[in-house]
Design a protein around this ligand. Structure first.
Ligand code: NAP
Ligand code: G4F
Length: 348
């Protein structure tokens, strides 16, 4: 039986990866942060299920070497997945030092712990890299060979993590891999990322619980997949004969505005778009503005376009995305409507 340790188990990907590994009969250990309010809602169904025996949680933090050392030496994992991060690009401009500490040095802390404990031959390592590292893209589409041009403190920190992972692989022979994952979403996506902000916001407007949705740059383009597909790729990367770096993407690109239009269609809502850029607005049938833009949600430097080339993943991992944007939007809208209807009934 293999043992896995997931940093970031309470996040979107951590929860799906834990489900996948438990299905594959792994013993799964996860690291959660101390928080003054509950932060385990994405994994409570696993923790509370009496049939799930091999699932354990530990308190720890990527900014705290002692907790990392004590957990890794106790668990002695076969595979470590580092999914923990301050993962919000816009927030990284407000908290650049904290983001660098966690997203860059946190990775080094785990890798050096593997080396320090002499686990180089035992413990494989996966680093959650990102398409944000391509930033101001130097090539379209982006592959493993495309040079990085990070455009935020978040992306700069992730570039450090990418290279330190490669460096520990080459220097100490650790089975250390980088996934370079393009955007992936789900009903479990954090509510401040644009896709979930859109599905949740428009569902609330549909149910009369909110009047307006205020967003930033509607013209940004992303390669959006489903987190369930993408965690499968993370596991596959760790099962190869040799450690490597892989772009994981759908190979299709849509704008934020297109994502909104798919969501409106699924909700059977019609709007008229008027204006351009920051002045663009969406009007409902009664002529009321239900979508508008604000400078508040623009970034000091934007990543305008991201489009991945997942050819290497297809060839070597036999992986490809199975869920397209329409299915993704459908699932997110249905779960948000379901959640809001239950929540609204409870309140009454
Ligand atoms: P997420 O939902 O934001 O989850 C991040 C996880 O990291 C949470 O469990 C969070 O804990 C934990 N965390 C944050 N700061 C930490 C710290 N100081 N110490 C320990 N844990 C900490 O992110 P996600 O969407 O699942 O993404 C997973 C990873 O993939 C992240 O590293 C992200 O940067 C990267 N990535 C994501 C995407 C994407 O589109 N989703 C694409 C490429 C790469 P709390 O629950 O307590 O906040
Ligand atoms: O949903 P977003 O915040 O995701 P972003 O910045 O692409 O980052 C996500 O994907 C990365 C992979 O490429 C991950 F590494 C990272 O951890 C995170 O998961 O924004 C997507 C786009 C941006 O161009 C942003 O400017 O949507 C635009 N946008 C427009 N209005 C907005 C909003 N983004 C947010 N969060 N909120 C808005 O109101």
């Amino acid at each position: 039986m293999k043992t896995a340790l997931i940093f970031g188990i309470t996040g979107q990907d951590g929860s799906y990866l834990a489900e996948l590994l438990l299905k594959k009969k792994y013993v799964v250990h996860g690291v959660k942060r101390k928080s003054s309010s509950l932060n385990t809602d994405r994994i409570d169904h696993l923790y509370e299920d009496k049939n799930v025996k091999n699932f354990f949680l530990h308190y720890g933090d990527l900014s705290d070497s002692l907790s990392i050392q004590s957990i890794i030496s106790e668990v002695k994992p076969d595979e470590i997945y580092n999914l923990a991060a301050q993962s919000h690009v816009a927030v990284s401009f407000s908290m650049p030092e904290y983001t660098s500490n966690v997203d860059a040095l946190g990775t080094l802390r785990i890798l050096d712990c593997i080396r320090f404990l002499g686990f180089e031959k035992k413990t494989k390592f996966y680093q959650a890299g990102t398409s944000e590292m391509f930033g101001k893209v130097q090539q379209i589409p982006q592959s493993e060979k495309t040079p990085f041009y990070p455009r935020s403190p978040y992306a700069v920190a992730k570039v450090f993590s990418h290279w330190i992972t490669k460096n520990y692989r080459e220097s100490y022979n650790i089975f250390a891999c980088n996934g370079i994952l393009f955007n992936h979403e789900s009903p479990r996506r954090g509510e401040t990322f644009v896709t979930r902000k859109i599905t949740l916001g428009l569902c609330k407007i549909k149910l009369g619980l909110q009047k307006k949705l205020v967003l930033g740059n509607l013209n940004a383009k992303r390669d959006w997949g489903h987190a369930k597909d993408f965690v499968k790729a993370q596991w596959l990367i760790m099962q190869q004969k040799k450690p490597g770096d892989y772009v994981i993407a759908t190979g299709k690109q849509y704008s934020v505005k297109q994502f909104i239009n798919y969501t409106l269609k699924k909700l059977n809502m019609k709007i008229k778009w008027k204006g351009k850029g920051i002045h663009e607005k969406g009007y409902n049938n009664n002529g009321k503005v239900i979508i508008e833009c604000s400078k508040k949600y623009y970034r000091p430097s934007e990543v305008d376009t991201l489009l991945g080339n997942p050819a290497k993943a297809k060839k070597e991992l036999n992986w490809q995305a199975t869920i397209d944007i329409k299915q993704l939007v459908k699932e997110m809208v249905e779960e948000d409507l379901n959640f809001l209807t239950k929540y609204d009934k409870k309140k009454r």
